[in-house]
Design a protein around this ligand. Structure first.
Ligand SMILES: [Zn+2]
Length: 287
């Protein structure tokens, strides 16, 4: 079912698991994510980044609602990395069930002011808001943005931020980066910091840039109170690597229905691994 009015993350917070937020950029990927989430009986967050919204357009959202309404699992449709108040209004009108306002690159007070404004408008419409404090790194200039250097979230600032803004969930910077890690860069999470932040704020915490972090680190992060993990690069790499293989075999191939199914199946293997790793499998039964 389409999960509205309440945060899909509250049960994850109470029951100590994380829901994967899969970034999708087309209808085949969306359906593939829905199918595997239903097969795993796992709640799911469909995340769409502004660049992806520009690609698929908000016209796709009503179709997603239709699919979510007849789904056996709870589904949230989430605007990822909103940058402006105007974008957030587009998201609310288009039928997103939650939004992220990311003003983390602004000074603290400006981040608070913009996030507070979005929270007031979104809550009036029954939509939840994710804020971000600290800056998540970027491994490459391709795909989602991020800072060259990670600024770790300060636990005391996190308390002030949550109180001042009223956000429902908080994306924290504890050492992850958007994109894929180059061979010479080793991702390392600050679990001590995560534990401190969670104890201080209590609300669902969100991890961005979770692609290519070691499984053990992510599992530990879930144990310590992360309730949403964004997965974008990992599923797209699986999807398109398989597509490259398929297209290389026969240059007469042209029909999407002959090309995409095997790519979706490859993407679903990766998605299923994340669902299991985050402890989300079977958790639709709790909703
Ligand atoms: Zn992100």
């Amino acid at each position: 079912m389409l999960y509205t009015r309440k945060s899909i993350l509250d049960i994850a917070n109470a029951e100590n698991f994380a829901i994967p937020a899969f970034n999708i950029s087309d209808w085949a990927m969306f359906n593939g994510v829905m199918d595997i989430s239903e097969a795993k009986n796992a709640p799911v967050i469909i995340a769409i980044h502004p660049d992806e919204v520009a690609h698929v357009t908000t016209d796709l959202i009503p179709a997603m609602h239709a699919r979510a309404h007849r789904s056996s699992v709870p589904v949230a449709i989430h605007w990822d990395h909103g940058g402006t108040f105007e974008q957030m209004m587009v998201a609310i009108r288009a039928g997103f069930t939650s939004v992220m306002i990311d003003a983390s690159m602004k000074p603290f007070d400006e981040n608070v002011a913009l996030t507070r404004k979005v929270v007031e408008a979104a809550h009036a419409a029954g939509i939840q808001v994710e804020g971000e404090l600290g800056t998540i790194g970027a491994n490459d200039s391709y795909g989602e943005s991020g800072a060259a250097e990670i600024i770790y979230t300060n636990p005391e600032d996190a308390v002030r931020f949550v109180e001042a803004t009223g956000v429902d969930s908080l994306a924290v910077a504890i050492g992850t980066s958007h994109g894929l890690y180059p061979a010479d860069k080793k991702p390392e999470l600050r679990h001590d910091l995560l534990q401190e932040i969670k104890a201080a704020v209590g609300i669902p915490l969100v991890l961005h840039g979770g692609s290519s972090n070691p499984d053990a680190e992510l599992r530990r992060a879930v144990e310590l109170g992360v309730n949403k993990i964004n997965i974008s690069s990992d599923i797209k790499v699986s999807y398109h690597n398989r597509m490259r293989e398929i297209l290389g075999t026969d240059e007469r191939l042209r029909e999407p229905n002959a090309i995409q199914p095997a790519c979706i199946a490859a993407m679903q293997v990766t998605a299923a691994e994340k669902i299991d790793l985050f402890g989300a499998a079977g958790k639709a039964a709790l909703y």
